[in-house]
Design a binder for this molecule. Structure first.
Ligand SMILES: Cc1cc2nc3c(=O)[nH]c(=O)nc-3n(C[C@H](O)[C@H](O)[C@H](O)COP(=O)(O)OP(=O)(O)OC[C@H]3O[C@@H](n4cnc5c(N)ncnc54)[C@H](O)[C@@H]3O)c2cc1C
Ligand SMILES: NC(=O)c1ccc[n+]([C@@H]2O[C@H](COP(=O)([O-])OP(=O)(O)OC[C@H]3O[C@@H](n4cnc5c(N)ncnc54)[C@H](O)[C@@H]3O)[C@@H](O)[C@H]2O)c1
Ligand code: SF4
Ligand code: FES
Length: 803
């Protein structure tokens, strides 16, 4: 049989995926020729961000290597650009004078970066961020130069900026709009994102309009329309893209912004198709791989003569690939006349969730700080789910977690796990059960899930764990603690232990960190070092988050909030008098009783902090730390007629013993003297409920954004037993949790039964408590420590002289 001749113009992500689909349907139907301007085989453009961020290397982002073309009998011309499609002669012509005949031709020429037409835009040191060549320019520049300016605060600009920070550059992002990623996020999420990225060291110039790029041959800086300037020896333009239509225009195809195609990706000229970012369907040129892959699937079916309903357009979802930041946006995310929103905003933990409803249908969502629910919400948006029969607020709450189920357990089979490749939970489960996949990599090979941006890897791993149950081998699924290393959390902790490491720098040197560390690994290492070696480790204050460095919570106006310790929520006249005096003396604008039964002083000026602490003469309530926060108590048997136990007594004892204890994440406790549970013991990390003859001890509860009822761990008879179990439980959490993992997530990961089996072993409990006591033995109240140490006081509060 005479094979038809298929020519693909553009060796990029969309075009080659369409060819892969064609080969799947009809391996021998075509003689295939591919032209690509770039000198590389088909690679994952998405991961250039990760190359720049140091997570991977160019050699590791190839999607189809040279062998693949050979194995599939594809003739490949790289470094060669097609200059014309001659549809009368049915041939394509290249810039090297080659003429190749076709029966069908697919144009997949992608996009070109938009370059602002500024004076100086052609200077050395000005680059776009689109391909391997641009990435190399940035990697080279970072070795010689220090100051980078990224123009554009969209997805691409921010990912580039994070990469340049990782490369040790001083990075400013110049953005034209008042908030970041305004095409994907609303104002609140945009500001939260800015806040988080500022903490990571990025600088921002918002509502800034660049007028000129100045310098001799090489760029030296930017001038703005308001007359101000910024020095820069590298400028990255990331202000959007335009479909690459020059070949189509030259060849007489109908174009608008992109090459106009119908539902079957056909252009106006017979046998000429367009797919990917260069194509415009129903007025929309797409700029993310998910819709392009959907197009590729339709095109493959059509060109192979298989029935298809055609491409009907796509709802989009995006995630930013910057470690330590969870941002998700999908669909129609802005409120409007006919669109109303539903929001949850936990300002303290920086978590923001919003869904947008048109009538009773979900049409969009924005998640910041916690994007676990992204795939569920995206499925609902795609299905235009009707929520008239659902209590609205529950849509933003994690499904299944309240019932103690894992997130994936509660997902229906048709829920999409990998947005880029449109792979559902059911398809992954099938690959595990029927094709014997036991690792995320194997699933990638079988289903394409996680093959593109990689953002779905944790969810794929969860499906794997959930499906395999006890056959799941966690050790073969290791995940690096951050992009600065390939070592996992367990490996790092083990090395710290085995090699007796004491300082972050030592860990990085000995364990071969590839950079100075990042905002993800530095605080984590500080915690692991302290956990393994509480007496010998050297604390690195600069690696802590700002609130933990300052021992107070920074507020949005730059002032601080101060919460003194009130053991068990109990206070007295003398403490209250001192608090009142401090409020008057330092003109503290707001005094508020907190949910944790203590008093919060808001609006304290930074310079006043040490004197406020001195005058209060109370211990720090650690309202800012990854540590024990409060032990809330009810009045109990002392005053309440229902009380069967001394809740205040146990609460105060717990708080006095464990105050200041550093934990992977914050820990809240509560003690109620009867099952009415006035102190809300069922929703705390550790909660006690008084019963006749003792206490019930609940663990893993959470009352925040992921509401979770605690699990009954034990019943104990005496306060001493309660203290002993609490010590062992907390120490086991400290030793096995990942930094920033709340007890509610940890207990689900490791399992209640497992924790019980550890704590059932008396010897283990003794050992855990011994290590806990060692940790507690070095605790000093940080407020007192700082005010007694003039040098630290001066470093932290430069202008303050203590008497
Ligand atoms: C740094 C970065 C990060 C990204 N991250 C994400 C992400 O997280 N998620 C996501 O969904 N998308 C992301 N994208 C977008 C995604 O990479 C694109 O949507 C996708 O690559 C587009 O595929 P395409 O095949 O249409 O175009 P391309 O991948 O650009 O391929 C087009 C190819 O055609 C070649 N070509 C052009 N004209 C000719 C010609 N006349 N002859 C021969 N060859 C020609 C080009 O040189 C190019 O190699 C990212 C993009 C970048 C740059
Ligand atoms: N994680 C991801 O999904 C991801 C990552 C990188 C790139 N991409 C894709 O790559 C493409 C390019 O990304 P992008 O961020 O360049 O495009 P974009 O259009 O999403 O964002 C460009 C940003 O630049 C800003 N801008 C425009 N003119 C400006 C000016 N003169 N000065 C300062 N700022 C200006 C805009 O306000 C906008 O926020 C998009 O299709 C994007 O979806 C996706
Ligand atoms: S929990 Fe029980 S004992 Fe405590 S205050 Fe409430 S009703 Fe009284
Ligand atoms: S979501 Fe991008 S690879 Fe799966």
């Amino acid at each position: 049989m005479n094979k038809k001749k298929l020519v693909l113009i553009g060796n990029g992500m969309a075009g080659v995926r369409a060819v892969e689909e064609i080969l799947k349907i009809s391996k021998d139907a075509f003689d295939i020729t591919i032209f690509g301007t770039e000198p590389h085989p088909n690679y994952n453009r998405i991961l250039l961000s990760k190359v720049l961020q140091g997570d991977t290397e160019v050699k590791d982002i190839t999607l189809n290597d040279w062998n693949w073309y050979e194995e599939n009998n594809i003739t490949l011309f790289t470094g060669e650009t097609v200059t014309k499609i001659d549809s009368e002669m049915k041939v394509v012509r290249s810039d090297k004078g080659r003429i190749v005949p076709y029966d069908e031709v697919i144009i997949a020429t992608g996009s070109v970066p938009f370059i602002l037409p500024l004076p100086g835009a052609d200077k050395e040191g000005v680059t776009a961020f689109r391909d391997i060549k641009d990435t190399d320019i940035m990697l080279e520049a970072s070795k010689k130069y220090k100051k980078a300016a990224v123009i554009g605060g969209g997805l691409l600009g921010l990912e580039a900026a994070r990469g340049l920070l990782n490369l040790g550059m001083d990075v400013s992002v110049i953005h034209i709009a008042p908030t970041l990623m305004e095409r994907q996020l609303d104002e609140t999420a945009g500001k939260l994102l800015q806040n988080e990225l500022e903490k990571q060291g990025m600088k921002f110039l918002l509502e800034a309009s660049t007028a000129e790029i100045y310098g001799e041959d090489r760029v030296e800086g930017l001038k703005f329309k308001d007359g101000s300037q910024l020095e820069a020896d590298l400028v990255v333009m990331a202000v959007g893209i335009k479909p690459n239509i020059s070949l189509a225009v030259e060849s007489g195809l109908d174009v608008n912004r992109g090459i106009i195609v119908n539902d079957f990706l056909q252009t106006n000229i017979p046998n000429v198709y367009a797919v990917g970012e260069c194509a415009e369907h129903n007025g929309i040129p797409y700029g993310l791989v998910a819709p392009l892959y959907e197009q590729g699937m339709v095109l493959a079916k059509h060109i192979c003569g298989k029935a298809t309903d055609g491409y009907k357009g796509s709802v989009l979802s995006t995630q930013l690939k910057v470690s330590g930041v969870e941002v998700f946006s999908a669909g129609d995310f802005m409120e409007g006349d006919d669109k109303k929103s539903l929001k949850i905003f936990d300002e303290q933990d920086g978590i923001y969730k919003k869904i947008v409803l048109r009538g009773n249908k979900i049409v969009g969502a924005v998640l910041f700080g916690d994007s676990k629910e992204g795939s569920r919400l995206f499925s609902m948006i795609k299905k235009e789910a009707d929520i008239s029969d659902t209590e609205k607020i529950t849509i933003l709450q994690p499904i299944g977690e309240e019932a103690g189920e894992s997130l994936v357990a509660s997902m229906p089979d048709d829920e999409i796990i990998c947005g880029c490749n449109g792979v559902s939970k059911g398809t992954i489960v099938q690959a595990i059960k029927e094709q014997g996949c036991t690792t995320v990599d194997a699933i990638k090979g079988c289903t394409s899930a996680s093959r593109s941006c990689g953002g779905c890897k944790p969810l794929v791993a969860d499906v794997l764990q959930f499906t395999l149950g006890s056959d799941f081998d966690a050790s073969s699924q290791k995940e690096a603690i951050c992009s600065c290393t390939t070592l996992s959390r367990d490996e790092v902790v083990e090395e710290i232990r085995a090699k007796g490491l004491k300082h972050i720098k030592e860990v990085m040197n000995v364990l071969g960190w590839e950079s100075e560390g990042c905002s993800k690994c530095r605080p984590a290492l500080n915690y692991y070092l302290a956990m393994v070696n509480p007496i010998g480790y050297e604390d690195e204050r600069e690696s802590r988050f700002v609130n933990e460095r300052m021992h107070a919570n920074i507020q949005k106006d730059g002032t601080y909030s101060v919460v003194p310790r009130m053991y068990g929520g109990v206070t007295n006249a003398s403490e209250l008098r001192r608090i009142a005096d401090v409020v008057e003396k330092y003109e503290i604008p707001l005094v508020k009783v907190t949910g944790g039964q203590r008093i919060d002083l808001f609006g304290v000026k930074k310079d006043d902090l040490p004197r406020v602490w001195q005058d209060l003469d109370m211990n720090s309530g650690y309202a800012y730390g990854k540590s024990l926060r409060t032990v809330k108590t009810c009045v109990g048997e002392t005053f309440c007629r229902f009380g069967t136990q001394d809740s205040m007594g146990l609460g105060i004892r717990l708080e006095k013993k464990f105050e200041g204890l550093q934990t992977p994440h914050k820990v809240k406790m509560a003690v109620s003297a009867c099952p009415r549970s006035c102190a809300e013991s069922g929703f705390k990390d550790i909660g006690f409920i008084g019963i006749d003859g003792g206490w019930e001890l609940y663990v893993g509860g959470n009352g925040g954004t992921h509401v979770r009822g605690g699990d009954l761990l034990y019943k104990v008879k005496t306060d001493d037993e309660a203290m002993e179990i609490t010590g062992a439980y907390l120490q086991y959490y400290r030793e096995t949790a990942t930094y920033l993992e709340r007890t509610s997530a940890w207990i689900e990961r490791v399992g209640l039964a497992h924790v019980q089996s550890v704590l059932d072993d008396k010897q283990k409990r003794i050992e855990l408590n011994a290590r806990m006591d060692e940790t507690l033995s070095v605790y000093k109240d940080p407020w007192k420590e700082i005010i007694e140490d003039k040098k630290t006081t001066k470093e932290l509060f430069e202008t303050v002289e203590m008497s």
